[in-house]
Design a protein around this ligand. Structure first.
Ligand SMILES: C[S@@+](CC[C@H](N)C(=O)[O-])C[C@H]1O[C@@H](n2cnc3c(N)ncnc32)[C@H](O)[C@@H]1O
Length: 214
């Protein structure tokens, strides 16, 4: 992932953010050592930001679309209410052992329901009402995920979508399919009068939307 701000500023931001705990530090390291595209991991700053949002909202139910090695899952799980649960979905079964091992190390196994499979097929079958949804899987399906989760989101609940700046490609002239899909998604949210939304330049861009009506 390219930097949307200078490396120096990015470092300054990280230097002024609470460092990773030992489990997240080890997971970050293991992800960079053993997995393709380790840059997909949320990492120190975004992870702490997601944890803070979760701590503020104290959700009972979170849905995460795109687990990868489980870094953001652990961050969200830390803020859940006492009986809260996060359902996290990833299509890649090769991630399962690592993610589950770190959920265990973080002492959060009982709060995390990890499903392996295609989110487009799993979400319609979920019989839950969510307080918070994190969209962080295949960019081409962002608008589909939004449509699928919207009826399952509480009024007052939040949808967060990662990578909405796509290394700055959203404002470049030449647009590939993923870039166009992300622009279409952001426009859809912006034009949806059932939500209020704000786009944040945290890391690769996060779109935060709050559902105000059905
Ligand atoms: C950007 S990574 C997620 C990063 C993770 N949320 C974090 O912050 O550490 C995207 C993940 O989405 C998964 N994915 C892609 N298409 C998917 C689909 N259709 N259903 C479920 N997961 C999918 C990929 O396997 C990949 O692990």
């Amino acid at each position: 992932m390219g930097f949307i701000i200078s490396k120096e500023l990015d470092q300054f931001i990280e230097d002024n953010t609470t460092p990773q705990d030992e489990v997240l530090k080890a997971l970050d390291r293991a992800t960079h050592l053993h997995f393709m595209m380790p840059q997909m991991i949320s990492g120190t700053v975004q992870g702490k930001f997601l944890e803070m949002l979760s701590c503020m909202a104290k959700p009972e139910r979170i849905l995460e679309i795109g687990t990868f090695t489980g870094y953001s899952t652990i961050c969200f799980a830390k803020g859940l209410s006492e009986n809260g649960k996060i359902i996290t979905i990833d299509v890649n079964e090769e991630l399962e052992d690592t993610a589950r091992a770190y959920f265990e190390k973080a002492g959060l196994t009982n709060k995390i329901d990890f499903r392996i499979g295609n989110a487009m097929e799993i979400i319609p079958a979920l019989d839950e009402v969510f307080d918070m949804v994190f969209i962080d899987a295949d960019k081409i399906n962002y608008t589909n995920y939004y449509d699928l989760v919207f009826p399952k989101l509480k009024v007052g609940g939040f949808i967060l979508a990662d990578n909405v700046l796509w290394s700055g490609k959203v404002v470049e002239d030449k647009k590939d399919k993923d870039t166009q899909a992300l622009i279409d998604f952001s426009m859809k949210v912006q034009n949806d009068n059932r939500v209020e939304n704000v786009m944040l330049s945290v890391r690769d861009g996060i779109l935060l939307a709050r559902k105000i009506k059905n």
